[in-house]
Design a protein around this ligand. Structure first.
Ligand code: ADP
Length: 542
């Protein structure tokens, strides 16, 4: 069951006064309606590949692929998948490191009409197995070196595995020409789930393309422009970093994780020129700024820095423009469930409004934005409420997970027949038609941009034999220094190192707390709940 099957329990006009509808449905607040072109991503890319086959589509270290190279390799992989019986809407796991073959594999899945499911080869095999099982995945593309984890994860199921590089020698065949419908699912990204299991958000081709065009618009991407690909495969951000430049004849430059972790290398890369657009998380901008403030550098052809994933503090914006008044900052806000970003604040200077957290800006094309109360009614201008989106951006829901889909997805009461996603974020409208972000309703957090449900970590901790109670909090104020800290109760014999190993066997490394502390009992609030505020205070004292 997916969101589109759900019934709205109220109808459009019943909840709206004329004034509200004029306000909320006004063109200033919703994104402009812009029809999508008749062609979807694959056709638009293939048209570029035909027109300018020698243009550079993608680079990684010293390797450069032209549009022809990329198209050709993707065609080989796509045909290999089709030869193995892939049909429309079959899910294909792509278990690869971030490299050019990964890009070819992702493109191949779209070309073959499959649903792209990116999987990080360094994830624990059990987690990979859960993702494949949950999404009924029977096809995978991998590469030598990443294949072992895939074999382990598919040991007990039927999965047809294609090694990308092995297909390149096959007889050359052209575009597979599989017709794709706008409402066809394009991809699934798994995010952490509070009930203990990751959930797979599924989005459609039309939503994906709509988002790619937003990036093209607001970063003014054009032929020859280069975007760096820095985000992890398991982030939807990685998708636009790869694909948006390919819509307009630009290129993507895949930056190895090592070269990012060493921020001076990343700065060198920008300073060397040839990169126009980057997207990073606030924690990374903070690290970059610390370096650049000590050693100010010219940043080559850099034109636009998009910051995303977490609240963008005014202090970072001030620091940026103090150094680089000519390079725009874009605060990009959205969620995996709505095909990535739905709002942008495009800044060319420090905003006039003195908010500690800068606004997330305006709704993007074809995006309807609401701020709702608990009964899903519109709140008055300026009042806090939950941010919700409807329109082509809203994905299908969580794959094979009707319960959690029902909790977050419903239909838009103001536009019958349109899916609506409630983000779990609080916000309020500012008079100029932008939104101030006010934090989360639940325990979803971000650590260095990675989306984490605290409940998933706590659930896992409670499965460790001996652990009686567990609670996880975030310690640290700055984006750079934030850490997860776990508290537990249980016998003395239970050692933090054992807990760490136990979690690391099931969770990605970014979900494993940095510290574990045993307590005799967890502190409680007056009404008997775990007192997390107290634990946050305690975390700071160790
Ligand atoms: P993305 O689509 O960017 O990958 P995720 O699905 O990982 O996003 O996380 C979505 C959540 O991240 C949002 O619901 C919000 O809580 C937070 N978030 C994302 N961007 C911003 C931003 N610019 N400012 C504040 N919070 C943000």
């Amino acid at each position: 069951l997916l969101a589109e099957d759900l019934d709205a329990d109220h109808t459009a006009q019943s909840l709206l006064s004329d004034e509200e509808s004029a306000f909320q449905l006004g063109p200033q607040l919703n994104g402009p309606d812009r029809p999508l072109p008749a062609e979807l991503f694959v056709e638009l890319f293939e048209a570029h590949a035909q027109r300018r086959p020698e243009a550079i589509a993608a680079t990684h270290n010293d390797t450069r692929w032209t549009y022809r190279d990329l198209d050709d390799k993707a065609n080989h992989i796509a045909h290999a998948l089709l030869d193995r019986g892939l049909r429309d809407e079959d899910v294909v796991a792509v278990v690869m490191e971030r490299n050019l073959d990964w890009l070819a594999a992702a493109l191949a899945v779209f070309k073959a009409g499959g649903v792209y499911l990116p999987v990080r080869p360094d994830f624990p095999p059990g987690r990979i197995a859960t993702q494949l099982r949950r999404s009924d995945c029977r096809f995978a593309v991998t590469e030598p070196g990443s294949d072992a984890v895939l074999h382990a994860a598919t040991a007990d199921r039927d999965c047809s595995i294609v090694v990308a590089q092995e297909t390149y020698g096959d007889d050359r065949r052209g575009n597979p020409g599989v017709p794709i419908r706008p409402e066809q699912p394009a991809y699934i990204y798994f995010t952490s789930g509070s009930t203990g299991e990751p959930k797979g958000a599924m989005c459609e081709h039309a939503g994906m393309l709509n988002h790619l065009f937003m990036k093209v618009d607001d970063m003014a991407l054009g032929a020859g422009d280069v975007v760096t690909q820095t985000a992890s495969q398991c982030f939807d951000i990685s998708l636009w970093q790869l694909m948006a430049p390919l819509l307009v004849g630009g290129g993507t430059h895949i930056v190895d994780t090592d070269a990012q972790l060493d921020v001076t290398r990343f700065i060198d890369l920008l300073a060397a020129g040839g990169v126009q657009v980057i997207q990073i998380v606030p924690a990374y901008l903070d690290v970059m700024l610390s370096h650049l403030e000590r050693d100010r550098r010219a940043l080559g052809d850099l034109r636009s820095v998009s910051v995303t994933g977490e609240a963008l503090k005014l202090g970072l914006v001030q620091r940026w423009f103090a150094l680089y008044p000519g390079i725009a900052l874009v605060n990009a806000y959205g969620a995996t469930e709505v095909s990535d970003d739905t709002m942008h604040a495009v800044l060319d200077r420090v905003p006039d409004r003195d908010l500690a957290i800068v606004s997330v800006g305006r709704s993007l094309r074809n995006v309807n934005t609401y701020i709702l109360d608990e009964q899903q009614r519109l709140v008055p201008l300026g009042a806090p409420g939950e941010i919700a989106f409807s329109g082509v951006c809203v994905g299908r829901g969580y794959v094979n997970d009707p319960e959690r889909t029902r909790q977050a997805f419903t239909t838009d009461a103001y536009r019958p027949g349109t899916r609506l996603y409630r983000t779990g974020d609080f916000g309020r409208w500012l008079p100029e038609g932008t939104i101030e972000f006010l934090g989360r309703r639940d325990e979803q957090v971000k650590i260095r941009g990675f989306r984490i449900e605290i409940g998933e970590i706590e659930n896992r901790l409670l499965q460790m034999p001996g652990v009686r109670e567990a609670a996880v909090v975030i310690d640290g104020q700055s984006d750079q220094t934030k850490n997860l800290v776990a508290f537990f109760t249980g016998p003395d014999a239970l050692q933090p190192a054992d807990l760490r190993d136990f979690l690391a066997a099931a969770l990605p490394e970014y979900m494993v707390p940095a510290y574990f502390h045993r307590l005799d009992a967890l502190p409680l609030t007056e009404n008997g709940k775990t007192n997390k505020k107290h634990l946050v205070g305690l975390a700071g004292t160790y």
